[in-house]
Design a protein around this ligand. Structure first.
Ligand code: NAI
Ligand code: MG
Length: 368
């Protein structure tokens, strides 16, 4: 078996700070679990612009295409606001997503017991919550043609087009069914088949892929507006939700906030299976480079650490080790450790970025 490869792109602002804590987890996996990763590190975003004059060097792009998984910190910062649009830090991230053709965006909403009082919903509604929203990321109304603003008579008309091909729906549906098999074996597909033809096609294709290839997975369909209601009423009824780009944008933000702080939220973007059967994959925290707290040791590294846990589960078939990392996070939170962003009315034991990383490593040690 070849050593699994991982490309680390810390990026800007708090990106390098939270990634340093992920490195501790990776080192721990090697030292204590005998799990070695072929880790390489490179620049992205403003850091790459400073060195190469571009937010993503071609060599880095090529490397990203070869590895089993990419782990990215965050990009951007006020220093780069003056740059031309074509070389802005965000363009580096967008290029990665586009050229790797990462069509399935995974946003888990997982509630850690110790933080259930952080949610705006009742504790009983969110305690123990663990769902996964899969948003189609490369097509739909954000990309469909025709689009634009033009004049009709004496008024302006704004146009965007929701467009999905059968193959675009089929591939993201497969991502959802594959994911469900690694979790609770249940998929709910959301669209608006009652009012949109693209929604009718979406529902038909998801059902067809299910019947032909994944009959063992439980499938249901829901209108996306009803889905939004159900997500806030009783989110624990769901396991995997698959939906289009627009509805997914809204529903994943809604679901994420069921569980609390931006500093806790991981994500993954997956593409087509590679020769080794693993999907192309980019893992990253949902948060940005947080320039307001960068360089102060205040950043919460958990979102990035949980993104690495997702890589363990979805790129490296190490679900048990992913669970081990998640349990370690749960443990330090239960012990009351809090970075500044997690400090609620209940208080807690204040820790720095590296203090949180060290505590998670200690909890991993205790898990052996
Ligand atoms: P942001 O996510 O960087 O920060 C929003 C707020 O949340 C800030 O108050 C920040 O201090 C806090 N925060 C974020 N992550 C945290 C963490 N891990 N621990 C503790 N507190 C945390 O979003 P913002 O301020 O809108 O954007 C800042 C820069 O990041 C901009 O240049 C933006 O373009 C870029 N950005 C990059 C993203 C990416 O790399 N994927 C995503 C979002 C924004
Ligand atoms: Mg959004």
């Amino acid at each position: 078996m070849t050593t699994p490869s991982l490309l680390i792109l810390p990026g800007d602002g708090i990106g390098p700070e939270v990634m340093a804590e992920v490195r501790k987890i990776i080192d721990w996996m090697g030292a204590k679990r005998g799990l070695d990763f072929d880790v390489s590190e490179d620049l992205v975003g403003g850091a790459a612009y400073d060195k190469h004059g571009t937010p993503l060097h071609d060599d880095t792009m090529a490397k990203a295409q070869e590895v089993d998984a990419v782990l990215l910190g965050a990009v951007g910062g006020p220093k780069y606001d003056v740059l031309d649009f074509s070389v802005k830090p965000e363009r580096g991230l967008l290029r990665l997503r586009k050229e790797m053709d990462l069509y399935a965006n995974l946003r888990p909403a997982q509630c850690f017991d110790a933080l259930s009082d952080f949610s705006s919903l009742k504790q009983e509604v969110v305690a123990g919550l663990d769902i996964m929203i899969i948003r189609e990321l490369t097509s739909g109304v954000y990309f469909g043609e025709p689009r634009g603003i033009h004049k009709e008579g004496n008024e302006r008309v704004g146009i965007n087009t929701q467009r999905y091909t059968e193959s675009e729906i089929a591939r993201v549906a497969r991502s959802a069914f594959e994911m469900a098999r690694k979790r609770g074996n249940k998929v709910c597909s959301m669209e608006k088949a009652n009012v949109m033809e693209s929604g009718i096609l979406w529902r038909d294709v998801v059902q067809e892929i299910h019947d032909a290839e994944y009959p063992d997975v439980e499938l249901s369909h829901m209108y996306a507006d009803a889905g939004a209601m159900q997500l806030t009423r009783w989110p624990k009824q769901f396991d995997v939700i698959v939906t289009d780009n627009l509805f997914g944008d809204l529903l994943s933000d809604l679901a994420a906030m069921l569980t609390g702080s931006l500093g806790m939220l991981p994500s993954a973007s997956l593409g087509a299976p590679m020769a080794n059967g693993r999907p192309k994959a980019l893992y990253e925290p949902v948060h940005g480079s947080a320039p307001d707290i960068a360089g102060q040791g205040k950043a919460n590294p958990i979102a990035c650490i949980l993104s690495f846990a997702m890589a363990l589960r979805y790129s490296f078939d190490l679900g048990d080790e992913a669970t081990r990392v998640e349990r370690a996070v749960e443990q330090v939170l239960a012990d009351g450790l809090r970075t500044a962003d997690l400090m609620g009315p209940e208080g807690g034991v204040p820790v720095s970025t590296s203090g949180m990383g060290d505590a998670i490593v200690a909890a991993l040690d205790a898990s052996l």
